[in-house]
Design a protein around this ligand. Structure first.
Ligand code: PTJ
Length: 266
């Protein structure tokens, strides 16, 4: 379907089309379409822009990724469809390994996702021949690679299910999640919950990674200064502020500085 650029919801409609196409191509699970709808609902509440607290979490995430010994980015169907190219660029910038890890796992879908990521320029993508299991996880998400997620110290898990985020945290890994739902078990269980839309978050983290790569002092400062509970509190306050404006009759789409959230306030 051709979506007119002038449509007020152009970007959102393009994302939906991307997902539906990827579902037809066997990359996205049908359940992924439901997951996307839940994310969209939260994005409405956030005003479809990156909040200041999300930017703080994204900068902290970048600091942990650049200083990791074995950073890994986990990719599922939705992430491949909506942010495949961004994932590959981020992995190159860090540098990090990429591992395809699916909740609704099928060998065919893993293969298709690996091929898609390779088309975007990824090398040595893991996922096809898992040789380890994440302890305490009954689902097929437990299948992992020793040279990837299993022995990683920092794992970026976009659009995750809470069980695995929790299991990875139990293994003493730093778990960075990207999930628009601040109440999800993933956001509640991860070490650094990034409450932002996937493609916005990946692009912001990549930008911060490039800034921080050559600034170990700032990396150390960010690692010391990030406070998970305070950051989540700031996310809730931001939502409260948004809802309060709506209650007072300020139109939903007139959020000043939507794309220019500042890092000064958390
Ligand atoms: O490809 P598979 O088999 O690994 O399956 C992937 C899905 C996403 C279906 C699977 O991991 C799943 O069921 O996830 P959940 O439990 O539905 O969680 C997805 C979370 O991501 C929800 O909290 C959504 O609000 C959130 N979400 C959805 N789309 C986005 C998002 N967060 C950020 N950006 C999005 N575009």
């Amino acid at each position: 379907m051709k979506i007119p650029r002038s449509h007020p919801r152009y970007e959102s409609l393009v994302r939906r089309e991307q997902l539906v196409r990827a579902w037809k191509e066997g990359i996205v699970a049908p359940e992924g379409l439901i997951a996307h709808g839940r994310g969209e609902a939260w994005d409405y509440l956030f005003g479809e822009g990156t909040s200041a607290p999300a930017l703080v979490a994204e900068r902290a995430a970048a600091a942990y990724l650049v200083s990791a010994r074995r950073p890994v980015i986990s990719v599922n169907g939705n992430v491949a469809a909506l942010g495949g190219r961004d994932v590959v660029q981020l992995a190159k910038a860090i540098p990090a390994r990429i591992e395809v890890n699916l909740f609704h796992r099928s060998e065919d879908r893993v293969k298709r996702i690996v091929r898609l990521l390779e088309r975007f320029g990824a090398k040595d993508v893991l996922g096809l021949r898992p040789n380890a299991r994440i302890p305490g996880l009954a689902s097929r998400r437990a299948l992992s690679h020793r040279e990837g997620i299993f022995s990683a110290d920092v794992v970026l898990v976009p659009l995750e299910d809470g069980d695995r985020a929790e299991a990875l945290a139990r293994m003493k890994k730093t778990v960075i999640s990207i999930d628009l739902n601040p109440l999800s078990r993933t956001s509640q269980r991860s070490t650094i919950p990034v409450v932002d839309e996937l493609s916005r978050a990946l692009k912001n983290i990549e930008k911060f990674v490039k800034e921080l790569r050559s600034d170990p002092k700032e990396v150390a400062r960010l690692r010391r200064g990030y406070a998970r509970a305070d950051n989540l509190r700031a996310v809730y306050s931001f939502l409260q502020w948004r809802l309060d404006r709506l209650r007072r009759g300020v139109p939903a789409r007139s959020r000043p500085g939507r794309k220019r959230a500042s890092l000064r306030k958390t």
